[in-house]
Design a protein around this ligand. Structure first.
Ligand SMILES: [Zn+2]
Length: 123
């Protein structure tokens, strides 16, 4: 379930502190320690899965919940800001060293408030 040397597993188990934004049975959402956009959260499955390449069919509930919690966060921000349209945001997942994955516990970057394709961006 968890790896003892994984920083995200430690955060999920509350052994290391992080700013928690939201939590569900299968996911934890924290603020990125070095945000690259006005809103930059990390969505983590509550199971040590290295990346999408290692996601088994029986773990699909984790992936589904990560997307569901992203939708819920977007909805909450929309309501909080009184937006008329749904929030524009990016969900980014780096899978493997060549794709710049740095923490080997599957995660999505939830990014809003910046158009990464126009403004430039590096995770
Ligand atoms: Zn982990």
């Amino acid at each position: 379930m968890f790896e003892s040397d994984c920083i995200f597993c430690k955060i999920i188990q509350k052994k290391v502190s992080a700013k928690i934004i939201k939590e569900s049975e299968y996911s934890l959402v924290i603020e990125d320690m070095s945000p690259k956009a006005p809103i930059h959260y990390l969505i983590l499955p509550k199971k040590h899965i290295i990346n999408i390449n290692y996601l088994s069919d029986k773990d699909s509930k984790y992936a589904a919940d990560m997307i569901k919690i992203a939708r819920n966060i977007a909805q909450e921000i929309k309501e909080e800001k009184g937006l008329k349209e749904p929030l524009s945001f990016n969900l980014i997942s780096n899978n493997g060293i060549q794709a710049s994955q740095s923490v080997f516990h599957m995660h999505f970057h939830f990014i809003a408030g910046k158009n990464i394709y126009i403004d430039g961006f590096q995770l």
